[in-house]
Design a protein. Structure first.
Ligand code: G3H
Ligand code: 13P
Ligand code: ZN
Length: 384
């Protein structure tokens, strides 16, 4: 069934493990992500980034997505999550990743998302608090979970770029939870978005421990989120490059560090880049394995884009000729079907080891099957 993210994170917090949160950009990725979680009897927390909503709303130039695109895309994503997750035996939540403003959050909730992130971390602190509080009021009245962000991660967050990280101050985190009433908080503690996190990137687990300790002292019932946490598997990058890709300087977070923080206070671990890399490798492999597909009437355009952009690994760049497959899961011929299966396999390969290592496998029965209506009532009773 579909649940608010809060139910999934409560189980992770109680069970002292972390829930992986994985980004999707096409219907077949949603199908694959739900299936691999089902296989591992794990709760599933899928996320659509603000621009993923734009893309799935039909805007191939997704960086230029309008609010209308995002509204359409949010509905397409949520419809697909409902299609594969509603009658599933595992709990499934769909979360807006890096919502950039109030309207994006509303578009996601109206489309059927059960959780939203408002990322106002680039704003001055008081404005971040104010905007996050507005989103909390709107979302909690509908039983929807809210994640905020404090501190700035190095790397690329949509169009927000910071040269260096500003780590989250534990005392400010407490103040932020109190003033906003948000459920979850993305912290900055040494991770970075994208595939270039630097060799031997070190995350500062003592920051997690400090924030969590302060939260316990102050009776704050919230969750901590690790963004920019892809592991960037070396074998996938080298296979991708052997198939004609040109991915350079690719380093992720060593998974052993994520396993550590999963057991000392991080409740949610965001991963997008690892899926992108595995899917792009599989696309390249498909055309190398069967060169007749390179001139396919339906998917030959994907091959052309792979050849044109060897340095890119965002599947959205290559999916442009297949928007009907992306948005609605329509697979009009066997070539499109073969491509979709390759995408699904990439998603499953990237996710399975992380679901096991972060500790959520086998935990589906621990998640309370709570509806949005019931959750809205609980927020109301608690005055948040
Ligand atoms: O954390 C950020 C996501 O990976 C961003 O994805 O390219 O859809 O904004 P995006
Ligand atoms: P990666 O780029 O490390 O996969 O981070 C994803 C993320 O934080 C999504 O919000
Ligand atoms: Zn992120």
């Amino acid at each position: 069934m579909l649940v608010p993210m809060r139910a999934i994170l409560e189980a992770a917090d109680k069970g002292n493990y972390a829930q992986g949160a994985f980004n999707v950009n096409a219907v077949c990725q949603i199908k694959a992500a739900v299936e691999v979680h089902e296989m591992l009897r794990s709760p599933a927390l899928l996320q659509g980034a603000d621009l993923a909503n734009g893309f799935m709303g039909g805007c191939a130039e997704f960086a230029q997505s309008t609010l209308e695109d995002k509204k359409t895309g949010a509905k397409n994503i949520a419809d697909a999550v409902r299609k594969y997750g509603q009658d599933s035996r595992i709990p499934v939540a769909i979360h807006l990743d890096h919502g950039r403003d109030f309207d994006s959050c509303v578009a996601a909730v109206e489309g059927g998302y059960t959780s939203v992130m408002i990322d106002a971390s680039a704003l001055p602190y008081d404005e971040n608090v104010e905007l996050t509080r507005e989103v909390v009021k709107y979302a909690h009245a509908r039983g929807v979970t809210v994640e905020g962000e404090l501190g700035v991660l190095a790397g690329v967050e949509d169009d927000v770029f910071a040269e260096t990280s500003t780590y989250t101050n534990p005392l400010t985190a407490i103040d932020f939870f109190r003033k906003t009433g948000c459920d979850a908080l993305a912290i900055s503690y040494g991770t970075k978005h994208g595939a270039n996190k630097g060799k031997d990137a070190k995350i500062r687990k003592e920051i997690v421990i400090a924030i969590k300790e302060c939260m316990r002292h102050e009776h704050i019932d919230g969750f901590l989120v690790s963004h920019g946490s892809s592991t960037v598997p070396e074998y996938i990058v080298s296979e991708l490059n052997a198939l004609g890709g040109k991915i350079t300087n690719a380093y992720g977070i060593d998974v052993s560090q994520l396993v550590e923080v999963a057991h000392c206070g991080i409740n949610k671990i965001n991963v997008d880049t690892d899926l992108r890399l595995a899917v792009t490798r599989n696309l390249r492999e498909l055309f190398a394995f069967d060169p007749s597909l390179q001139s396919s009437a339906s998917i030959g355009g994907v091959y052309e884009l792979l050849m044109k952009y060897p340095e890119k690994f965002d599947p959205r760049v290559f999916f442009v000729p297949l928007m009907d497959m992306v948005m609605y899961g329509n697979e009009k011929d066997t070539d499109v079907q073969r491509l979709s299966r390759a995408v699904e396999d990439g998603v499953k390969e990237a996710l399975a080891p992380l679901i096991v290592k972060f500790g959520s496998y086998g935990k589906a029965p621990q998640v309370e099957a709570v509806s949005l209506e019931e959750m809205a009532q609980r927020y109301k009773n608690a005055g948040i």
